[in-house]
Write a protein of this length. Structure first.
Length: 400
């Protein structure tokens, strides 16, 4: 969890430096950014784009249905209408499947960029299918039929701009893919009405795209601000975790410090009393640590302490507690442990692993440990008594 937060904060620190101003190049690019400063923003935009695609595919099929109704009403051939609708439905299904894949697996890198390009391309195919519908109208065409189709086209473009504002390249290409076939139709079959429609389409496209860019900039800016807020929250969490570690854990070995030990051991003892269970406390001393520290220096001594703490942790359960009391002393608290196992097997296992030589910086160091044990309720009913008795037993063992 902490590593993920660190990666997020580091990534956003780069993003915040380089994404203060949204340029047209940034807005229009579909490729995966090589610059890590823009990666988070790109990922958020693209994943939003695909999540919107899932819910909007029915809308595209509905639009094809309306076009089919208009074509049928004005006398277009049934077979052509069915083919147009079927092609639109097939492409929309492909878009849905791609979008579901991205939404489920959250790909990154070039794979995500290629899927985005495929999605934009398929969307433009639907735009072309919408646009060529005007060619299916019988000749001479009725102006009302064209107006109906244009209303559907413009509504589709408006929806694309608002729904897909995070990827403006899509709604720009969708706009042209839909309206260019219509304008081409009026060029092939010129008329005063056709010239008027071309003018309407060009001016409408310019207006839609200019408005769309404003929406896109605002949307992408909101994503940047949201990422910044997330990064700040993550940074606060990291700071709080670091403060907690400093307050409760030994800075060197990362096991509990004396303060956390006292709090946790009292809880252990309280549960043992309430549930009438046993609790064992082990007091561990590294006998020749001072000699190692004096001979090889504090840096080597620190590594010995870290290794000793790690070795102790390998022999106890994750629910048990190991704490460093300072210097070369460790204390282990064991909940509801079989007393005979504590007295023999566990102590021998911990002593055995601590007595194994340690290889540090090419030096084979001989480490030895003394362990004293006290058990609740046999050796005391308070944490103070248990600590005292375990320390006494350890000291007596050390003298021998």
């Amino acid at each position: 969890m902490r590593l993920a937060l660190l990666n997020f904060v580091d990534s956003y620190s780069l993003l915040a430096k380089g994404y203060g101003k949204v340029t047209y190049i940034n807005l229009l690019s579909l490729r995966y950014p090589k610059d890590p400063e823009r990666e988070l923003n790109y990922l958020e935009r693209v994943h939003r784009f695909f999540s919107y695609s899932i819910s909007n595919m029915l809308g595209l099929i509905f639009g094809a249905s309306l076009i089919s109704v208009i074509l049928y009403y004005y006398g277009a051939m049934i077979g052509q209408i069915q083919l147009l609708f079927a092609c639109t439905a097939v492409v929309a299904t492909c878009v849905y499947l791609i979008s579901r894949f991205v939404d489920k697996h959250k790909p990154e890198g070039e794979l995500l960029a290629n899927l985005l390009i495929s999605r934009v391309t398929l969307g433009c195919v639907i735009g072309v299918l919408y646009g060529v519908a005007v060619f299916l109208l019988p000749k001479p065409i009725e102006e009302a039929s064209v107006l109906f189709l244009l209303c559907i086209y413009l509504a589709s473009i408006a929806v694309a701009i608002f729904q897909y504002s995070v990827i403006p390249t899509y709604y720009i290409l969708f706009n042209f893919s839909m309206l260019i076939p219509v304008m081409f139709y009026f060029v092939i079959f010129p008329s005063t009405f056709g010239y008027l429609m071309i003018l309407v389409l060009i001016s409408g496209s310019f207006m839609f795209i200019s408005k769309g860019f404003k929406i896109s900039k605002n949307e992408i800016h909101s994503i940047t601000v949201n990422l910044r807020l997330q990064a700040e929250v993550a940074e606060h969490v990291l700071t709080r975790q670091k403060l907690q570690e400093m307050a409760l854990y030994d800075n060197l070995t990362k096991v509990a410090n004396r303060h956390l030990f006292e709090e946790s051991a009292e809880d252990f003892l309280g549960r043992a009393k309430d549930q009438k269970q046993s609790m064992a406390l082990l007091y561990i001393d590294l006998n020749n640590f001072k000699t190692i520290n004096d001979r090889f220096g504090h840096e080597v001594g620190d590594k010995v302490l870290i290794e000793a703490a790690n070795r102790i942790k390998t022999k106890i359960r994750h629910t048990d507690l190991v704490a460093r009391f300072g210097g070369d002393e460790f204390v282990v608290v064991l909940e509801n442990f079989n007393l005979d196992v504590v007295r023999v097997d566990l102590i021998d296992a911990i002593r055995g692993v601590l007595n194994e030589d340690i290889l540090i910086e090419g030096q084979l160091l001989e480490l030895r440990a003394s362990i004293g044990v006290s058990i609740f309720p046999n050796d005391g009913s308070s944490l103070r008594d248990l600590l005292h008795n375990a320390d006494t037993h350890m000291y007596n063992q050390k003298k021998h």
